[in-house]
Design a protein around this ligand. Structure first.
Ligand code: NAP
Length: 338
């Protein structure tokens, strides 16, 4: 690739069902020149995230749809390579929501500085970034887990799920993860200290498998996936349980909404709570959450794992992999060396 070339990925067309490579287009432009007040950022890591599937559709949601022909916007970590903004120096690491591109220009309002001494800079895209905050906010402010309670998390080995389970362990809970590969389940129990993990793809009777490892029922359910996994979990909730609706990835590529059991009766008889949230709803707690997560990371009480795909040209493939369950831990694309 020439020195002066900036590759970008655009939305070529809106997907119907599971997205394919044809919904994306890679273009080459010249690396932009910066104006007074701006910085030029070299991308080091790009984040691919399930919520981006929603933005590929025209349907109204909490995040504005991407426009056809426009670049994808997403989380990235980069390094300042040119600056005309006195707040930023060349060599500084930053995180922000910018274009899926090898270089980005910012006026500084869309980026935050990150401290490479605290943890590897890529953690700003998971445990010390949006997914970590999501895990913390949902579990703390909706789940309110208490010592001795049973917490179940779906999508357990992903970016959000792996942090949810570890926080719940730190709160003294029994923690059960649900994930789609034996290797993911082993990671949860052997490396992250989950009490049990269930492979929802191979369990013969998912409800029975969950019941066996939740002998006292379920007090908190952190739901990242929805669908059949949640149908099984919801039959086992306890009196005054709390269900946190964080994500419904099993539904994102469906062309027709799926019909499921009606859970209202279960919520009524158990006097339970089910609440959806978006991480930004709790932005007033960002500082507290970030301080706490950073401390746990520094003390080695919370670990995180990265699933890294190398090369800008493999970004789309990494994104599609989220819906096949390719990733153990946070899915990142490494674009350039630090
Ligand atoms: P992730 O878990 O790292 O990656 C996605 C994982 O979802 C895959 O590895 C796969 O694991 C699982 N999955 C894919 N298709 C599935 C299906 N049909 N049924 C069940 N599981 C499936 O992603 P993440 O970034 O941590 O996000 C997790 C969830 O949280 C997503 O639903 C996302 O939209 C949501 N989220 C919400 C917020 C918020 O503010 N509310 C913020 C961030 C993320 P398996 O192998 O286990 O199937």
């Amino acid at each position: 690739m020439g020195e002066n070339v900036n590759r970008k990925i655009l939305l070529a067309s809106r997907p119907v069902g599971m997205p394919t490579e044809s919904n994306f287009k890679m273009i080459e432009e010249k690396v932009p020149e910066i104006k007074e007040g701006e910085v030029l950022i070299r991308t080091l890591f790009l984040s691919v995230d399930p919520y981006m599937r929603g933005r590929m559709s025209a349907a109204k949601s909490y995040a504005k749809p991407y426009e056809v022909g426009e670049p994808f916007l997403g989380g990235m970590v980069g390094k300042i390579v040119e600056t005309r903004n006195s707040r930023f120096q060349v060599g500084q690491f930053v995180e922000g929501r910018l274009e899926w591109a090898e270089y980005n220009v910012s006026d500084g309002s869309t980026i935050r500085k990150i401290n490479p001494e605290l943890a590897p800079v890529s953690t700003a895209l998971h445990v010390l970034g949006m997914p970590g905050l999501t895990a913390y906010m949902g579990l703390t402010y909706i789940g309110e887990p208490k010592e001795g309670e049973t917490v179940v998390v779906s999508g357990a080995s992903g970016a959000v799920g792996m942090i949810v389970g570890q926080i719940a362990k730190l709160k003294g809970c029994r923690v059960v993860g649900i994930a789609g590969q034996d290797e993911k389940c082993t990671y949860l129990t052997e490396e992250l200290g989950f009490d049990a993990a269930i492979n929802y793809k191979t369990a013969e009777n998912l409800r029975k498998a969950i019941k066996e490892v939740c002998p006292d029922g379920i007090d908190v359910y952190f739901d990242n996936v929805g669908g059949a996994v949640s149908d099984a979990v919801m039959t086992l909730i306890n009196f005054q349980s709390r269900t946190i609706i964080c994500g419904q990835i099993s539904q994102y590529n469906l062309e027709m909404p799926e019909m499921g059991p009606r859970v209202a009766g279960q919520l009524l008889t158990t006097r339970s709570l089910m609440k959806g949230f978006i991480v930004s709803d709790y932005a007033q707690h960002n500082k507290e959450a970030f301080t706490q997560l950073s401390q746990w990371v520094k003390e080695g009480k919370i670990q995180s794992r990265e699933n890294i795909v190398f090369g800008f040209e493999n970004t789309v493939e990494a994104f599609l992999g989220l819906f096949r369950g390719d990733n153990i831990g946070k899915q990142l694309v490494k674009i350039a060396e630090e």
